[in-house]
Write a protein that binds this ligand. Structure first.
Ligand code: ADP
Length: 396
């Protein structure tokens, strides 16, 4: 069974074609700056063929057509060899888990565009374009909220009148594919399924999850993707009265507040340097005090959250770091774990600086095991799509 996994961003399209027997990646590629005359495309396949080109891509539809030209012929003989397209979709009204992306499901996604404006609309457009271009191939979505579907009410309820929870205003949580992958690897690396684990997905957008024996019981992203730890340019948790103050007292319009909190805040807003942690760490090393404080504040939030989740879990056996920052920034990992000796965390600083994925970076005597894991959201989506199709086939 061959599954094509698509990761759709507002201006990007990434994909992997995976042969599920052996989980071999037959080809993978990415397009950036989709929507411009100078999109960048890179692709490689298991036979060593590579494409690097700049091309005009008006929309994701043109990107999909370009991708199919790279796949059909050089990688697989025809579209008949693609059994399914899997999507790491974000959020839909009253729907989660793994779903065939029918028009009804897509409409439920559309109903939530207001809270995932950067994420849902490009997926919806791409799904409809796929349906037009490859109508015979099943499209299966794995929702990012799915891994957090078992949060107990005490974790998902907001302290606002309950009627809003009944209308769907509650914590959902995101980055489900990554948290699930990190939790799976931590279980494999420790040889234990009954772990009390904190998974830290730290990328441009980041979140932590408290995972008890493989089940997410709490997570830092909520109703929207605007809360929790600070993100590259989004604020994360702030005093909910701030947007009101900014409008009533500082005279900002609602639109300006939205832009401030969703595009100009987070690591970018605090550092005044960049939304990329590499630039901020460099500026901090060069003595920029705002950059230093941004790095410290980012890690401090993570440290507090690990402590809170140890309390929520009633103990802590392991911490797993993944995502661009979690995998690559030894400094963020070290600062995030500083002072957690009382919980049984003892980082091996040398291993932390030199280790690569998937590695243990806690000392041999550390009671809590700490891992760096190269997250693989695509394989999670592909496995779920495979299970979904097989279950459907069994049901006839
Ligand atoms: P996305 O969430 O957009 O998929 P990634 O998971 O690729 O993003 O993470 C992007 C972040 O990872 C950026 O802030 C980038 O600075 C950070 N990052 C990547 N490599 C390094 C590194 N070597 N050191 C520090 N930060 C890094």
């Amino acid at each position: 069974m061959n599954i094509l996994v698509c990761n759709v961003g507002s201006t990007s399209l990434k994909y992997q074609l995976i042969a599920m027997e052996g989980e071999t990646v037959l080809a993978k590629g990415k397009m950036e700056r989709v929507g411009t005359d100078r999109a960048e495309y890179s692709h490689e396949d298991a036979r060593g063929n590579r494409i690097r080109e700049e091309l005009p891509l008006r929309d994701h539809g043109q990107g999909i057509e370009r991708m199919l030209r790279a796949l059909i012929g050089p990688v697989v003989p025809s579209l008949d060899s693609v059994d399914c397209v899997g999507f790491k979709v974000v959020l839909a009204k009253d729907i989660t888990g793994v779903q065939e992306l029918t028009e009804e499901v897509v409409a439920a996604m559309e109903a939530m565009n207001g809270i995932a404006p950067a994420h849902n609309p490009p997926y919806i457009a791409a799904i409809r374009q796929f349906r037009r271009i490859v109508p015979s191939v099943p499209l299966v979505g794995s929702f990012e909220t799915g891994f957090h579907r078992n949060l107990p009410p005490k974790a998902y309820l907001y302290s606002i009148p309950k009627e809003y929870a009944r209308r769907g205003v509650r914590r959902y949580g995101y980055h489900g594919a990554s948290h699930e992958y990190l939790a799976g690897r931590a279980a494999e690396l420790t040889g234990r399924r009954d772990l009390k684990l904190v998974t830290c997905h730290l990328g441009g957008s980041g979140s932590l999850a408290a995972v008890d024996s493989g089940v997410s019981i709490d997570t830092t992203l909520g109703f929207s993707l605007q809360c929790g730890i600070m993100h590259n340019n989004r604020c994360g948790d702030i005093d909910p009265y701030l947007p009101i103050y900014l409008q009533e007292t500082e005279g900002l319009s609602l639109g300006e507040v939205k832009t401030l909190l969703t595009k100009k805040s987070g690591l970018l807003g605090l550092s005044g340097v960049s939304n990329d942690l590499r630039d901020i760490e460099q500026a901090a090393d060069a003595g920029n005090p705002d950059a230093r404080e941004a790095v410290e504040a980012y890690a401090y939030y993570i440290r507090k959250q690990i402590g809170a989740y140890a309390a929520a879990l009633g103990g802590l056996d392991a911490v797993a770091f993944g995502g661009g920052i979690g995998e690559n920034s030894a400094r963020i990992r070290e600062l995030s774990l500083e002072g957690l000796g009382f919980l049984g965390v003892d980082l091996d600083r040398e291993r932390n600086r030199t280790a690569r994925c998937d590695a243990e970076i806690s000392s041999a005597s550390s009671r809590v095991k700490v891992f760096i894991v190269a997250t693989n959201e695509e394989i999670v989506v592909a496995r779920k799509a495979k299970e979904f199709l097989e279950a459907r086939k069994r049901r006839g």
